[in-house]
Design a protein around this ligand. Structure first.
Ligand code: HSE
Length: 438
């Protein structure tokens, strides 16, 4: 059989990883696929940049769109990144020209996945993206193939290594978010501009893709409820540990009677659960299927070699002739996304308040919770022992009060916190973290 000819657009960490993998395992891969996979073209911004792989044997393209349309390739591997711009333009050009596309671009798929999947179908080519979600973890194929016989009720996990590293270090060292972020940047674990990671967008991009694959619905990034990890303090980490929890940034998508709840936010998970033990830059993806039960895949969510492993698995599918709709079901048969509002979310909550030391403060807080029929599991006023004999002084440092609620609704919690803020007994915005029993 003729070799599968590929053009690689983007020669950064992942692009050079793909070149090295194919150089190292090309023969074994050809055995497994029944044909060889050969790089014929490459393209990057700077031809002369020093690289640890030799690209002199490949046709060089300055313009990824020209390469996408070139007769010398069958597949465009897009590793440029970005939710639009040149990555989108060259993928569209490749699909229209009848070339298969393999991409690791989660931001692009989250924003334009429905239209790109349609374009791939119209042109009878593949749009594969195993590397776009959780790097080396083979979750796209797991959902598409291995779990095809299940109704999926929930998919969730830790999809961002930067946030998981920061929260793990805050836990182990007791440092602030800012201090750990600076350390992660020094070590090269966090980007110079960490916004997309720490504010949750990167997790949300991956969640949008997983949610579509799991539930057979159109991708709907804009309907994801989003909170990042900047507000998490050492006091929260410590209180969570005392209560038997760890704080993780989770992406969660689940079906409910109201539609699909998609949310990304810091979450307290019981420390005895497997997900609480996923530390450092590792990712994990958990899936609940009606026949298979609960599954969890754990592994590297980024990096040259794991991500290249996923890119090449997509190339292997194309080489073998396995061409399937991008989101498993043809786009015309994907259900529209129906958003379940976060206000309808039900669960337990951790609340931390900074309370002025005044008579009536605790009574007011308790009555505001009771008005919303919120039942408290525990309430702890973290007061230094020495102050037990002193007079309450309004101007003194506010005292942290930590509460854990029984199961209630998001709308009840928000109403109670609004009323507590309006009463004037607290000195800063309340901290609220959702608790997942999982
Ligand atoms: N920046 C991501 C992370 C990896 O920190 O996990 C790529 O999505």
């Amino acid at each position: 059989m003729k070799p599968l000819k590929i053009g690689v657009a983007g020669l950064g960490t992942v692009g050079t990883g793909v070149l090295r993998l194919l150089a190292e395992h090309g023969e074994a891969l050809a055995e497994r696929c029944g044909r060889s996979i050969e790089i014929t073209g490459v393209c990057a911004r700077d031809r002369d940049k020093p690289r640890d792989v030799d690209v002199s044997g490949f046709e060089w393209f300055d313009d990824p769109v020209t390469m996408a349309r070139s007769s010398s390739i069958d597949v465009l591997v897009e590793l440029i990144g970005g939710s639009d711009g040149i990555a989108q333009i060259c993928i569209e050009a490749a699909l229209v020209a009848g070339k298969h596309v393999v991409t690791a671009n989660k931001a692009l798929l989250a924003q334009h996945g429905n239209a790109l999947a349609r374009l791939a179908e119209e042109n009878l080519v593949a749009l594969n993206f195993e590397a776009a979600v959780a790097g080396g973890i083979p979750v796209v194929k797991t959902l598409r193939e291995s779990l095809a016989g299940n109704r999926i009720d929930r998919v969730y996990g830790i999809f961002n290594g930067t946030c998981n590293y920061i929260l793990s270090r805050m836990q182990s060292e007791g440092h602030t978010f800012e201090a750990v972020l600076a350390e992660a940047q020094r070590k090269g674990y966090a980007e110079a501009d960490p916004t997309f990671d720490v504010d949750g967008q990167d997790t949300a991009h991956k969640l949008a893709i997983l949610s579509s694959l799991a539930f057979g619905r159109e991708v709907s990034y804009d309907s994801i409820y989003l909170e990042g990890i900047r507000s998490i303090t050492p006091a929260d980490i410590e209180a969570a540990a005392e209560l038997g929890y760890r704080i993780k940034l989770l992406g969660v998508a689940e079906q409910s009677e109201q539609g699909v709840e998609q949310r990304v936010h810091p979450t307290m998970v019981p420390k005895s659960r497997a997900i609480a033990q996923v530390d450092g830059v590792a990712n994990c993806v958990a899936v609940c299927g009606d026949f298979v039960g609960d599954l969890m895949l754990v592994g590297p969510g980024a990096g040259a070699k794991p991500t290249a492993s996923s890119v090449v698995s997509d190339l292997a599918d194309i080489a073998r002739g396995f061409i399937h709709p991008a989101f498993t079901i043809p786009t015309a048969r994907l259900q529209p996304h129906v958003k379940a509002e976060i206000r309808g979310h039900a669960g337990g909550y951790y609340i931390r308040l900074s309370v002025h030391d005044r008579p009536g403060a605790m009574a007011s807080i308790a009555s505001r919770m009771a008005e919303q029929t919120i039942s408290l599991d525990s309430i702890v006023q973290k007061r230094p022992l020495a102050s037990a004999l002193s007079e309450p002084v309004e101007e003194s440092t506010p005292i942290p009060v930590v509460m854990i609620t029984h199961r209630t609704t998001e709308s009840a919690i928000r109403a109670a916190l609004d009323a507590i803020e309006a009463d004037g007994y607290i000195s800063e915005k309340p901290q609220m973290i959702r608790i997942e029993k999982l």
